[in-house]
Design a protein around this ligand. Structure first.
Ligand code: BGC
Length: 519
């Protein structure tokens, strides 16, 4: 039935609605893969704002900061390419690794990919914790990046395949939830280690990355592989037994047959990379590129990586900076639950649109507040009340991201692809995400120095563009079975015109009222 991407029967199948404890456990473990990405996102900004760390590895940055204390240009304190290379090397490594990961995941299974991700991350944590020079730091980060690339490629796939169809949305957001928990944990660790006398707190922060790595590495040992992957690798009997176990039922024939058909169909597509550029996949391809691109252009990682740096920039002391990062971290975790509880009821579009408007307003206000105080010279001091107001609007912004583009950036690309191009689509999504995470990480400090408070207007402008884009081009996908998703595009005012009209059966079905409305 998965054949050419269209459903040939109007019936919505309901074979896999039950949630078993076993599935809950496996999905919980796999979702912890998000922890390593999150921990890393949260740890680097804090560490790079610790004086002993800067003195040891980036003395020129440290000296410049001391000098700038006199010149007091708040915007340019941290402008160092070497420092940004430290932060962003991980994302390039992750990006390249995610392509290899897609091959390993397909050839050897999801479990080995996740396990490998955990082990490499563990090695990276050890090297970073023991770092003696910048080279060791960067090698460690490359290993961390490889770990992140493998885990981000395989864990979400694992979740989607294990989860019963009806709970796919909530379980998918589990991965994002663990990213946010990882970020928060890292912020808390930084807050604690920054106060360690003797100046080796940064070592503890970096070495503690071993904890989330150990969780996913050891956890994976207890995971079975997914039935889909077992079939793909020619173990149909094991796949059948596994499907019975995860669904908690002997009555799995229909679902099993669908997995077999789907696997046959996807084996027929010899080169999914060439296939995905065909016109009939145009809307999905555009979204697989646009969603991660836009997600990073919200500017979220400016806050996630550099919150402590940013808060220091606007005049907070070290402790207050790290504390404010903890506050934004808490907001990020809590607001993610909003999406878990609303995404299947109210839909994706409303979250995208509301989140976009809220982010836009708060970014404009932050820009204005900083502009008034620092102007373009970057000289000025914020009173406590004023600085708190800035932090408040940053929290409003983070909350909006956390219930919109954060979780949806992972969920939507994972649900819009027909099976034959799903894994390739996922790779494109992950690598585009990491590429632009890298670009933002690399550019932020220089951008802050040159654009000054205008940086916030820059991101607000992008948020305006992406919100308008989603309004016009993103159809609602809630509650639409994955196999029927193609119809949603066909019924859309714009994509319907782009798609080749070669399948009348599908059109007929669309007009029968199958699939949900458009925008
Ligand atoms: C993004 C990350 C970001 C995180 C923040 C994720 O969805 O891909 O880049 O740091 O959300 O919670």
């Amino acid at each position: 039935m998965a054949g050419g991407g269209f459903v040939t029967t109007g019936e919505v199948k309901n074979y896999s609605g039950r949630m078993t404890m076993f599935v809950l456990f496996t999905c919980f473990v796999a979702a912890t893969g998000g922890l390593i990405l999150g921990y890393d996102i949260g740890i680097s900004g804090g560490v790079t704002s610790m004086d002993p760390f800067l003195k040891k590895f980036f003395p020129s940055v440290y000296d410049k900061m001391q000098r700038d204390k006199e010149s007091r240009n708040q915007y340019c304190k941290f402008d160092s390419q070497l420092l940004t290379t430290f932060t962003s090397s991980l994302y390039i490594a992750g990006l390249i690794a995610s392509f290899f990961a897609s091959w390993v995941t397909r050839r050897f299974g999801r479990k080995p990919s996740m396990f490998f991700g955990g082990v490499t991350f563990l090695a990276g944590a050890a090297i970073n914790g023991a770092a003696k020079d910048v080279a060791m730091l960067i090698i460690g980060r490359i290993l961390l990046g490889i770990g992140v690339g493998f885990a981000s490629q395989s864990a979400p796939l694992y979740l989607s395949e294990m989860a019963p169809a009806k709970l796919r949305g909530a379980l998918n957001i589990g991965f994002q939830l663990f990213i946010t928990i990882g970020i928060l944990a890292a912020n808390l660790v930084n807050y604690g280690t920054a106060n360690i006398k003797g100046g080796w707190g940064w070592r503890v922060s970096l070495a503690l990355a071993a904890v989330p790595a150990a969780i996913i590495t050891i956890g994976t040992l207890f995971l079975p592989d997914t039935p889909n992957s077992l079939i793909e690798r020619d173990h149909p009997d094991q796949a059948h037994a596994m499907l019975k176990r995860i669904r908690g039922s002997d009555d799995v024939e229909e679902e099993f047959q669908d997995l077999v058909d789907a696997s046959e169909a996807s084996k027929k597509v010899e080169n999914p990379w060439r296939n995905i550029v065909r016109r009939k996949y145009r809307p999905q391809l555009v979204m697989a590129l646009a969603i991660p691109f836009f997600q990073q252009l919200t500017g979220i990682n400016v806050i996630m990586f550099y919150a402590p740096v940013l808060f220091k920039t606007i005049g907070f002391g070290s402790n207050a900076s790290l504390m404010s990062a903890v506050i934004t971290g808490v907001v990020n975790v809590i607001a993610t639950f909003v999406s878990i509880f609303t995404v299947d009821t109210y839909g994706r579009r409303i979250l995208f649109l509301e989140g976009g408007i809220q982010m836009f307003i708060s970014q404009v206000l932050i820009g204005i507040l900083l502009g008034i105080k620092f102007g373009v010279s970057g000289i000025g001091d914020l009173s406590k009340g004023y600085a708190n107001l800035v932090v408040f609007f940053i929290c409003v912004y983070v909350a909006a991201f956390a219930w919109s583009w954060g979780p949806l950036g992972c969920l939507v690309p994972s649900e819009i692809f027909p099976l034959e191009i799903r894994s390739v689509g996922q790779s494109i999504n992950v690598s585009t995400n990491l590429l632009f995470t890298f670009v933002i990480a690399q550019a932020f400090i220089a951008m802050l120095c040159h654009l000054k408070f205008g940086l916030f207007f820059f991101f607000a402008g992008w948020v305006f563009v992406m919100t308008t884009f989603m309004y016009f081009f993103m159809p609602e996908t809630k509650n639409v079975p994955i196999e029927e998703m193609t119809l949603v595009w066909r019924k859309h005012w714009f994509w319907g015109r782009i798609l080749p009209h070669d399948d009348d059966a599908a059109l007929e079905m669309a007009s029968n009222g199958q699939g949900k409305a458009v925008w």
